[in-house]
Design a protein around this ligand. Sequence first.
Ligand code: RIB
Ligand code: CA
Length: 314
Amino acid sequence: MAKPRKIIIDTDPGQDDAAAIMLAFGSPEELEVLGITTVAGNVPLSYTSRNARIVCELCGRPDMKVFAGADAPMARKLVTAEHVHGKTGLDGPELNEPAMPLQEQHSVDFIIETLRREPEGAVTLCTLGPLTNIGLAFQKAPDIIPRVRELVMMGGGFFEGGNITPAAEFNIYVDPEAAEIVFGSGIPIVMMPLDVTHQLLTQKGRIERMAELGTAPVKAMVEMLEFFERFDIEKYGSDGGPLHDPAVIAYLLKPELFKGRHCNVEIEVKSELTAGMTVIDWWHVTDRKRNAKVMRHVDADGFYDLLIERFARI
Ligand code: RIB
Ligand code: CA
């Protein structure tokens, strides 16, 4: 059995972030979570740092190291998404305040220290929120850039357009400057845009199958997802909401569930109208560097089979 892959999860929980973290904790043979770094995004940093610890305790991992990171984007005012995730960011279930501590160290310094300590090419960055912590880390310590094995991120969109503006997806929209640094860094990137995550709807049958597991952590997760999906059901009239962030972890566990291609991805940082847009050269009409593997197709049933199978282990 191969040794588990070392990952850092950078996150702005968020109910879908919580599902991604639970999926990672349900896969200890394949993934070793070195730490969870939080960032302001869906809700302010005080809530994302609280929420990450609540999810760790829910998953029976009060030992996990959770770090607080950037409380605002690199160059803009913070935009949050309480309209989707509720005031706390984990609305839905009744949850206790976390007992486990927050680490003293800043997320950015933990990312730098870990990448310098671990062997080159050993650590994968899994980003589920705005890329502020990663952008700051690369700016502060460029020596860590070649040490990253891969960055697997949820963010962006092209054929699906945007979800916070007509042109931009939330994670990129919140901090386009950080995204520009990351996509210009040269590290291997796997991108899970809305084009993929909009295929991963929390359909009724899927939530029912999840609920049948009957455990307390999964009951809380189901209540989170039932709160989370209401926004997209009202907005799109869809059968459930898109479960964005677990696509990042599912890719590490079963990459064969996804299909995509290497493309050039540029980030719009100038225009007000299209700020945060990910301009994906899917048809290779330019000779710009193909800096990301952009996913476009996913086996949604296979994804939910994996999710439910791993949730059962929590
Ligand atoms: O646009 C969806 C992304 O924004 C997800 O990561 C969700 O959690 C929010 O952060
Ligand atoms: Ca997120």
